[in-house]
Design a protein around this ligand. Structure first.
Ligand code: ATP
Ligand code: MG
Length: 243
């Protein structure tokens, strides 16, 4: 549903080139896309086609060589480094192929981690500071309930199954109510049934907060759960139809 506060991701003529000794390696060229809150897209393409590179740029982890990215009206790449880090922490959630959970922290602590870094939190590191009208602790617990892990709050990542770890990673990525949720092969290391459950969960949770979701996947089945399907071919995004 359209509303004035709807999240908006706009990418215009984005290109990425890596300089190498012999020549410039062109990875992405002329990528243009628009996604709004509550919309999702899957990006497919062969290994080395630039999917992770594109996701990293959209997640503000690295700058494009040229072109423009705008998330909710802000071009993150013109921000000073400290502000960029804050912008990323507040606006972007990541789910990686390997969960990247902190092994020494509990499930609940892992999910709360991004809220501790929020520069806007009045009392830094305070799990009770508010986050969209709900305190962080309540939200973290609610998200963990949402992903079916209420009974695992005190577990360490090593005491979870692979699918459970990815569910924690999803809850963590959503805890700050990001405008943009990016998932890079989130089910790549999971068996098929678990992968489908994780995909289903991703396809549901992002909508609840009107987040924009972009998922990189090698799985056509997973891709078909999302609103748009794109393939990276020769550095450009080609729309691919559902089969
Ligand atoms: N820092 C870098 N310097 C030079 N080349 C790089 C750099 N980072 C990535 N590349 C190259 O960019 C290309 C795209 O890499 P990327 O990781 O985006 O591929 P991908 O589509 O995610 O592949 P996969 O499906 O295997 O994960 C690769 O050929 C890689 O070697
Ligand atoms: Mg990749």
């Amino acid at each position: 549903m359209a509303n004035v506060d709807q999240h908006l991701l706009q990418v215009e003529s984005l290109a990425k080139t890596y300089p190498t000794r012999s020549r410039d390696l062109v990875i992405l060229k002329n990528i243009t896309l628009t996604l709004r809150g509550g919309q999702s897209a899957a990006i497919m393409g062969p290994s080395g086609s630039g999917k992770s590179t594109l996701l990293n740029i959209l997640g503000t982890l690295e700058p494009p060589t040229s072109g423009r990215v705008s998330l909710d009206g802000t071009d993150p790449f013109i921000l000073p480094p400290k502000e960029l880090a804050g912008f990323r922490n507040r606006r972007v959630g990541f789910v990686f192929q390997d969960h990247h959970l902190l092994p020494q922290c509990s499930v609940l602590e892992n999910v709360l981690m991004p809220t501790l870094a929020r520069p806007s939190s009045r009392t830094r590191g305070d799990a009770t500071s508010t986050n969209g009208g709900e305190d962080n602790l309540t939200r973290a617990k609610r998200l963990l309930e949402r992903v079916g892990l209420s009974e695992r709050l005190d577990h360490r990542p090593a005491e979870l199954s692979g699918g459970e770890r990815q569910r924690v990673a999803i809850a963590r990525a959503m805890v700050n109510r990001p405008a943009l949720l990016l998932a890079d092969e989130p089910t790549g290391n999971l068996d098929r049934t678990t992968a489908e459950n994780i995909a289903e969960l991703l396809a549901q949770v992002y909508r609840e907060d009107d987040t924009i979701l972009i998922v990189v996947t090698h799985s056509q089945r997973l891709a078909e759960r999302f609103d748009q399907r794109w393939e990276l071919i020769d550095g450009t995004l080609v729309s691919s139809k559902a089969s």
